[in-house]
Design a protein around this ligand. Structure first.
Ligand SMILES: [Zn+2]
Length: 302
């Protein structure tokens, strides 16, 4: 879309240039004056094409005018939008499996990253559900490096928190996104991190980590250890119960909300929205916890 904007600008300049060439048929006394205008316009054309790309578009849920936008869908699912408008969807869940709510249809993404083949992270693919994305979408599940426009995606081999995931060898890919210098890490349902993995990952600015007040995935001391090891500027909890989306008390089984954990923490900021823009230059000096609202596209089950 950025290119479209530039092309449009060039086209409009060319159009004006052609118009002025037509004016070139006027008497010779005016030609020097017109030549000067043409020169000025040519210079303006060059300046115009050197302007930084701007992204706009009504089809995107998130508009980016710079920075990286993180959008929380629900459960462990986020959509990240780069400055050039590339959208990466992480861990989309299957509708109404364990969770009591639906996955929003038609979410655009250039690529989908899946940490492990559980229904609350893989769109229900491993259990044979119809997945909520087009077949043509780039799907990444395994460790490795990929470049998607201005987004560098690196997957690290991890291990699902005990005792779950034995049916697939407890594999869990931890995803690092580097965008415009900002380093975002999504843990999936990983357990404690190995020392060599921590070294490989390096600096983390924004950490998405499974936390709930019943400590369904990570125990309290494991959460504390990961925070100490990675020391992110921003911690975003995920994988907790959304009380407003669940209609059955006690469901999903053994999954707590976020408040019970968050009230014991300092520097917690509750957003009143599901999106937030980040950039490496505007990270908080003092580490903070940011609790997002889930996307308004996710509705409670009727
Ligand atoms: Zn999970």
């Amino acid at each position: 879309m950025a290119r479209t904007g530039q092309c449009f600008a060039r086209r409009s300049h060319i159009g004006r240039c052609l118009e002025l060439r037509a004016i070139g048929q006027v008497p010779k006394m005016n030609q020097r004056f017109i030549f000067r205008i043409l020169l000025g316009l040519a210079f303006a054309c060059c300046l115009g094409s050197a302007q930084p790309a701007r992204v706009s578009g009504k089809t995107n849920l998130v508009k980016n005018d710079g920075g990286v936008t993180i959008e929380y869908i629900a459960q462990a699912c986020f959509r990240v939008t780069s400055p050039s408008g590339k959208q990466i969807l992480l861990d989309p869940y299957a509708s109404r499996v364990w969770l009591g709510y639906d996955f929003p249809p038609g979410l655009h993404a250039e690529a989908i990253l899946i940490s492990h083949p559980h229904y609350d992270h893989d769109g229900g693919e491993a259990m044979g559900r119809k997945v909520p994305w087009p077949q043509t979408t780039l799907l990444l599940r395994h460790p490795g490096t990929n470049q998607i426009g201005d987004v560098t995606v690196v997957g690290y081999a991890g291990k699902h928190a005990d005792p779950w995931g034995k049916e697939f060898g407890q594999s869990n890919t931890v995803w690092l996104l580097e965008i415009d210098g900002l380093r975002i890490l999504h843990l999936g349902d990983n357990g404690p991190l190995r020392d060599d993995t921590i070294r490989q990952i390096g600096r983390v600015d924004v950490l998405m980590i499974p936390i709930d007040s019943q400590f369904h995935i990570l125990k309290a001391d494991e959460i504390a250890a990961i925070r100490r090891q990675l020391s992110p500027s921003v911690l975003i909890p995920m994988h907790y119960r959304h009380d407003d989306l669940e209609s059955v008390p006690g469901s999903p089984k053994a999954l707590g909300g976020i408040e019970g954990w968050a009230k014991g923490e300092a520097d917690v900021r509750y957003l009143d929205t599901h999106t937030q823009r980040f950039s490496v230059d505007a990270l908080p000096r003092k580490p903070e916890v940011i609790v997002f609202k889930h996307s308004p596209l996710v509705k409670p089950a009727k």
